[in-house]
Design a protein around this ligand. Sequence first.
Ligand code: LLP
Length: 416
Amino acid sequence: MSKYFTEDKNFFKGTNPQDLIEKYGSPLYVYSEDILRERCREMKNLVSYPKFLSNYSIKANSNLELLKITRSEGLVADAMSPGEIYVLEKAGFEYKEMFYISNNVSEEEMQFAIDRGIMVSIDSLSQLEMYGKMNPGSKVAIRFNPGVGAGHSEKVITGGKKTKFGVNIDLVPEVKEILDRYNLTLAGINQHIGSLFMEADSYIEGVKSVLAVAEEFENIEFVDFGGGFGIPYRKQEGEARLDVKEFGRKLDVVINEWVAKTGKELLFKIEPGRYIAAECGVILGTVHSIKNNYDRKYVGTDVGFNVLARPMTYGSHHDMEIYRNGKIVNEGPEENVHVVGNICESGDILAEDRCLPVIKEKDLICITDAGAYGYSMASNYNNRLRPAEVLITSDGSVKLIRKRDTLDDLVKGFLI
Ligand code: LLP
């Protein structure tokens, strides 16, 4: 077993990363079909309770080709915006396979989902009123906030007492009143306590409180427990994986006890994004300069925060590997460096004080675990072109699954 993820997993399956860069440009997002399928299966089979479905939360990565693979593995999907619904349509998802988890949406955006008969989750009493007026007599879901949260950063904790999300569980009487007024049936309830937890406890606690809420409503058909399942970003330091089997067993127990107690064999769902997409994607970039600025050594790459926003946005860690002439550099001297991008902000830092093999100009840097919230948060800041995306398919062939932006794309929306 190698400490280097791509080597350990045979990620490139015999394809030379240098050839990929030469053909598709640098930087480049590269995905592994094998890993994507493996992660889909783990989530889909999380529990043994039979009426169970995994959504895929496409905000993590909405590449059409990856969505098609996800759907072929039997996952359904959740969407946060009309745009995500549109993309799901294009990937072949049926409306009954979508769940629209709305947050502060306009009437027009709500109508977009209603017109398509997509199940909508409502996030506040005021939006429940709005929905009731727009679609009286229909089925609806409500996102409750169980009062507990979890996640890697304040910015992504979505449950608990300090977030904008969900309907406070104390407001059940007010919810019932609005449901009655518009003859709405509460068919589902959902929650999402936050993103990236590595142990089960907070999630299970959230599950229990949302199940207690479910007991209050007669006609519930499903309960969606949310996503947030973490992946180990610090693999090189030996960070342990979330024990998915153990997690599933705990969830199974809670579900089965609740079903036995209430006699309601509901459909239960989860909605992971990161767990499905993160590890199947890496970014290949090129080292263009190496310099010492006073007492710091900088490795200058073309992976700016327009390509990978997570380190700059959340201070997130991504492991890095070095490829030279198509081969991984897995031995020899190491040193501490600052790895930066090519954007004109001093916060454009991929890694500070990172111990890496001694790097040379023209080396490739491979940033791992970049499949989730990588491309989906990429931008054209500094009028840089977003990279191409390629897939290493299960049979080892390479497939271009999104073209690199062109200079024309940068002026596409202008009227002059
Ligand atoms: N369901 C809902 C309602 C969500 O808001 C989210 C993520 C998910 C599911 C999926 O969460 P996941 O399983 O991927 O943790 N950009 C941040 C993560 C933001 C997550 C936002 N909501 C990052 O790069 O870490």
